[in-house]
Design a protein around this ligand. Sequence first.
Ligand code: ADP
Ligand code: ZN
Length: 603
Amino acid sequence: MAPTPRDILHSVFGYQGFRGQQEAVVAHVVAGGDALVLMPTGGGKSLCYQVPALARAGTGIVISPLIALMHDQVEALRQNGVRAACLNSTLGLEEVRATEQALLRGELDLLYMAPERLVTERTLDLLGRTRLSLFAIDEAHCVSQWGHDFRPEYTQLGRLAERFAGVPRLALTATADEPTRRDIRTGLRLEQARAFIGGFDRPNIRYRIGQFPDARGALLRLIEDEHPRDAGIVYCLSRRKVEAMATWLQERGLRALPYHAGLPAETRRRHQERFLREDGVIIVATIAFGMGIDKPDVRFVAHLDLPKSIEAYYQETGRAGRDGLPATAWMAYGLQGVLTLRQLLEASTAEERHKAIERRKLEAMLGLCEITSCRRQALLHYFGDPLEAPCGNCDNCLEPPATWDGTLAAQQAMSAIYRTGQRFGVNYLIDVLRGSDNARIRDLGHDRLKVFGLGRDLAATSWRSVFRQLVARGLVSVDVEGHGSLHLTDAARPVLRGEETLQLRRDPAPGKRRRGERAAPPDETDRPLWDALRARRRELAAEQGVPPYMIFHDAVLMQMVEQRPRDLAQLARLDGVGERKLAQYGADFLAVLSAHEAPGAHR
Ligand code: ADP
Ligand code: ZN
């Protein structure tokens, strides 16, 4: 009898149960159905096609846009004893031929390739002579022009529907918005496919979004206090900032490496490699970094600039804590970031329909920053996967932010904008409000305005906070030319007239610290064992030329520390220990465990 999906999950992957929608997707595809799978990054999409490919006869074809990462995915599968291979342009002629032969002989469970190779007549012909179990189209949003990762080759994948009628097809993505979903259905000819949406919650990630006068310093404190020696990703918008940040962190003794599209390919490859293989490397990157990287033990993702949408934010933060252990998603933002994004958007030359969508996305993102209620509830609501109660694991839940009635301050700020002719930027307006003795103000006669000096009792930082929230909420807009001058919008009117009050977020005072839970080590007395297990893992990884997490995830090592398995049977019960890894590495880790057992100790 053929093994059931659950048998495969246990014996090959060593997992105790499916998560969320996985089981439903697997059953549907095993029965021959097409599927559209929408899950967040780290939600567990891979098992949705890997298990059916093993449960059905024939080879599963996985289409993935990033050649550089196929190798790692294939290696991780091989570690679990799965017969996986890839076909791509980095391989020599001999390797390609050997893989093709293996395919035709039915010796492959999974074969990865890039879309441009798949759609060549040669490959289609080869697949026509092969028994296929399924097609999995990963990062399926690449078919859409709305998305940020449009790949023209993806639009040709619709051809698979006719040419391989009867072979189930899955499209998988973490992108949630409607236009993209529609494009996936039509572009990939999956109009009839059943949609599976879910698992958007990532409960182990603690979301924190804050105002920091010194964002760089705040990030350094986060790393030193809560994530020393942890792997992390720091996102910045520009290449220049990436370089500067990486250098700055290096000067403070951290293993930080830059990554952006302007670096030579070889440098990028080396930095990514070190991030994957060494412990505790921090990558400072533009958004060019991360797609398809499934390093499970990234403990923090930090943003020093605002992402353009909640989708982008969720995808990037989703790279933290895929192993399910506590992880941090931290973001610093401020007035400047809000202004820059608004300006970029207004200055964009995209067509109006497209711009309207981008504007809504940006507004949702700014809304997430400014809300005073649970961040996770807001995020999950956005993705259509609502959460009943506040999560208890975001900054707003842990330390509910104070609010204040900012109606009067907002009226004063907006009146300063209006009275000075809607031609000035924030700093000038604050000078006017605070009654600064300033030659330019005198020359322009603004010291004679009623608003001059009206806001003396608020500090300049508080005024910046007021202006930021007015811009974020769309009561005030920024000019397109980039001079930073502010204007009132229609939304400002009710507040100016006193018909609406405005509750503003009180930004926390700088310098406040909080300690979070750490993923590892569990406790100081267990530290030697933890270190020894990690050291053994490093040795095994080096022998095999693979990243340490491919031997075992941190989560598995943590279970070893907690449960102290004494034999192979006990080891096999840990989540993440499949049959092949048990046979291959079980004895090695048991040896470390028994060497660390205190003589005569019984647990
Ligand atoms: P995605 O492709 O959706 O970003 P992955 O397929 O890489 O996510 O899965 C994320 C992580 O979760 C991986 O480390 C994977 O091993 C783990 N995982 C997925 N499904 C399960 C499960 N049912 N039980 C335990 N771990 C799982
Ligand atoms: Zn919360």
